[in-house]
Design a protein around this ligand. Sequence first.
Ligand code: APR
Length: 270
Amino acid sequence: MEELIQRAARDLVRSRHALALTGAGISTESGIPDFRGPGGIWTKNPEAEKKAYQAYARFQADPKQYWEERLSQPSLLGSLESLKPNPGHLALAELEKMNILKCTITQNIDNLHRQAGSQNLLEYHGNAFRLRCSSCHSRYDPGEYDLKRLRQEGKLPPACKECGAPVKSDVVHFGEGIPADVAEQSLEQASLCDLMLICGTSAVVYPFALLPRVARERQDARRHRAVTIIEVNAEPTPLTFENISDYLLQGKTGEILPRILEEVKKLRRE
Ligand code: APR
């Protein structure tokens, strides 16, 4: 593992445009269960996964009922407010501050990268702390609507202040398209990068899982791999088995990413 940590640090220091791609695995050490790991939400409760696949259809069929349910039930991920970023999030935020990491594209909706200080952040599946218009994609803080009063006055769903269409959670549900702005910027980053650090994702959900494949297909003028793809994950993934990634540091992101950051700092001092 030490050799791979040194190698990852050298690759990062040499890179011109490094990206981080993250999934639920980077947040488990903050107390948020992942989905498909041994203790994952879907692993433990396949019914919940089936329900999650119907959420968007339920919203489209009856936005008012979607909101009634949403306001009467605790969020699937429990109360996120009390949870804090862990050393894995903080390491990525520091690599960005060192201008090594140019952007982080996360599937996570838990706001922990933002809390850790990551600025150049693309939230591919949205953010649980935000609302978004189902039509023009205008985004709102929940505080911009008095949801309790709207519910009492029978005025749900909240209407977009720009176009009047029903507003929903910013979270991208299964079957819902990735908001065009985030999708475009993510694809652009995958086409620009020369290093991808993929942390804590099983890489089985599309279209996010396409991003490493887009990067892998790029070759330099001498038809060599133009991008170094590194995985930091508790277990191998299809990216490992299909040789999309160059190497896997198998273990906890909360332990490995700070070690890589330490080695990067040493190389930077040399
Ligand atoms: N360190 C490293 N890897 C970890 C850790 C950890 N501390 N904890 C879990 N993992 C690994 C798991 O072994 C698994 O391979 O992280 C991966 C998490 O995979 P998933 O649970 O499938 O989460 P993710 O890849 O983010 O899921 C993608 O699926 O349900 C949808 O919208 C949801 O964004 C989510 C998407």
